[in-house]
Design a protein around this ligand. Structure first.
Ligand code: NZQ
Ligand code: ZN
Length: 391
C-alpha cells in the first residue's frame, strides 16, 4: 500500500570536487570537529589532505580519530565520544566507507549521552540526541551516507548489531565518485554485492501493488549488473563509479522501500552473525548466502516475484515460470562469481562446526516470532540448511 511519509534530511553533494563545499557546510552546524577515519587509505589517496585543507581554510578546530576498522567496534565509539566530550566538540565528520560512517554516527549520539554507548545497541537506551554529523564517502556499498542506520560490533561478546535512529541521519554527504577509484577489486565487488543485497531485501517481499518501488529496484539492479564488471575491470572509469555510487545511496535511503513498511533482511541478519565471529567482509558474506537463500525460499507462493526478477532484471524470455525463476538464481550466482567473489563459506574460512551456532544467533532478531525474514519466514533449521548449502 503506497501510504507513507518520506523525509531525508541529508544534503547530497555529488560529483567531482564537491569537497569544496565541506567547510561551508560544517560551519552551518559547528566550529569544533571530530574527524573520524579508517586504517589509512585516505592518507594514501590524497583525500585526507583535501579534507584537512578545507578544515584549515574554514578555521575549523579539529581532533582526529583514526584507525576505525571494518566491522567497527564499540571501543572506537567509546574513544570517539570521549574525545568529543573532553574537547567540547560540536560536529562529527566521517571520512571513509560504511564502517567509518557507522562508527561516527554512534559517536555523534554517544557524545550527548552519559552512559555507555553499547546501551544504544542493546536497546537499554534510546538515542534522544546527537551531535550534527557530515560524511565524505570513499567506498560505495552500505548507503550509510544517506540513512539512519549503523552497525556496531563488540569484540568481547562477538556481537554485531544494528542501531537505528533519525538522529543518525547525516546533515550532508559529499559523494565524489573519483574518491572510490582506489578501492581494490575485492572491496569493490563486495560493495556491489552489498548494494544488490539491500535491493533484494526490499524487493523480495510479499507486498502487492508496490509497482513504483519494485520497478525502481529492478532499475537499480540493472545498473549494478551493467557497471559492476566495469568498475572491477577499470577502477578509474568515472561514469561507472558514479552510477554505482548513486545506486548505493538510493538502494538504502528508504526510497525503494516506501509503501512496503517492511523488508526481508534475513540474509543480512545471517551475514551479520558470520562477520561478528569471523573477519569476513560484509558484502562477500552476503554474495555467498544470497543464491542459496533464493533457492531455499523459491516456492509456489514466491514464484511470481522470481519471474518478475528473471524477466525484468535478467531479460530471460525463454522457459516456464519455474525455469525462468531458477535461471535467474543461476545468473545471480554467476554474476557474483564473475566479480571475483569466493562463493563458499569455507573460502572465507568459516568453520562448518560453527554453523549451528551462527543459525541460533541469527534468530536473536526474531522479535519473539520464532522466525526471521518476511518473504518466506525462516526458522533456525531453515537458516542452518541455507548455511550448509553455502558452506
Ligand atoms: O580503513 P581504510 O584504510 O579506510 O580502508 C578501507 C577498509 O579496509 C577500504 N577503503 C575505503 N575506502 C577506500 C578504501 N581503500 C582504498 N580507497 C578507498 N577510497 O575499504 C575497506 C572496507 O571499508 P568498510 O568501511 O569496512 O567497507 P563498507 O563500506 O563495505 O562498510 C562495511 C560495514 O558497514 C556495515 C557492514 O556490516 C560493515 O560493518 N553496514 C552498514 C549499513 C548501514 N549503515 O546502513 C548497512 C549495511 O548493510 C552494512 O551492514
Ligand atoms: Zn548490507
Amino acid at each position: 500500500m503506497l501510504n507513507f511519509t518520506y523525509d531525508i534530511p541529508t544534503r547530497i553533494f555529488f560529483g567531482r570536487n564537491q569537497i569544496d563545499y565541506l567547510s561551508g557546510e560544517i560551519k552551518k552546524y559547528g566550529s569544533r570537529t571530530l574527524m573520524v577515519y579508517g586504517g589509512g587509505s585516505i592518507k594514501k589517496n590524497g583525500i585526507y589532505d583535501a579534507v584537512i585543507q578545507q578544515l584549515n581554510e574554514g578555521n575549523i578546530f579539529y581532533k582526529e580519530l583514526p584507525g576505525v576498522k571494518p566491522n567497527p567496534s564499540i571501543s572506537s565509539v567509546r574513544e570517539g565520544s570521549g574525545l568529543c566530550k573532553e574537547n567540547k566538540l560540536d560536529f562529527v565528520l566521517a571520512v571513509g566507507g560504511g564502517s567509518t560512517l557507522d562508527c561516527a554516527k554512534v559517536i555523534s549520539a554517544a557524545a550527548m549521552y552519559e552512559g555507555d554507548p553499547w546501551d544504544f545497541v542493546t536497546g537499554k537506551a534510546v538515542i534522544q540526541n546527537a551531535l550534527p554529523l557530515g560524511t565524505v564517502l570513499t567506498l560505495s556499498a552500505t548507503g550509510s551516507e544517506m540513512n539512519s542506520g549503523a552497525v556496531i560490533s563488540n569484540e568481547e561478546t562477538q556481537d554485531k548489531l544494528p542501531v537505528l535512529s533519525d538522529y543518525l541521519k547525516p546533515r550532508f554527504s559529499i559523494l565524489d565518485p573519483a574518491y572510490t577509484f582506489t578501492v581494490n577489486p575485492y572491496y569493490t565487488a563486495a560493495g556491489v554485492a552489498d548494494i544488490m543485497s539491500h535491493i533484494f531485501e526490499q524487493y523480495f517481499v510479499q507486498i502487492p501493488f508496490a509497482d513504483v518501488p519494485d520497478r525502481m529496484c529492478e532499475a537499480l539492479l540493472k545498473v549494478c549488473i551493467k557497471y559492476g564488471p566495469v568498475v572491477i575491470e577499470n577502477p578509474e572509469d568515472y561514469q561507472a563509479r558514479a552510477n554505482i555510487m548513486w545506486a548505493s545511496s538510493l538502494a538504502l535511503n528508504s526510497l525503494v522501500n516506501l509503501g512496503k513498511v517492511t523488508g526481508d533482511w534475513a540474509v543480512h541478519f545471517i551475514e551479520h552473525e558470520i562477520s561478528a565471529i569471523y573477519d569476513v567482509t560484509h558484502g562477500i558474506g552476503l554474495a555467498i548466502l544470497i543464491p542459496h537463500w533464493m533457492e531455499y525460499v523459491l516456492s509456489d507462493q514466491t514464484l511470481p516475484k522470481f519471474v518478475d526478477y528473471g524477466k525484468n532484471v535478467w531479460n530471460i524470455r525463454e522457459g516456464s515460470d519455474l525455469e525462468i525463476a531458477e535461471n535467474s538464481i543461476v545468473k545471480t550466482y554467476n554474476f557474483f562469481r564473475s566479480l571475483g567473489i569466493p562463493m563458499h563459506l569455507r573460502d572465507v574460512r568459516v568453520d562448518e562446526k560453527r554453523l549451528d551456532e551462527i543459525a541460533a544467533r541469527a534468530m536473536r532478531l526474531d522479535f519473539g516470532t520464532g522466525t526471521i525474514g518476511q518473504f518466506k519466514p525462516l526458522k533456525k533449521e531453515d537458516i542452518l540448511n541455507i548455511l550448509i548449502h553455502a558452506a
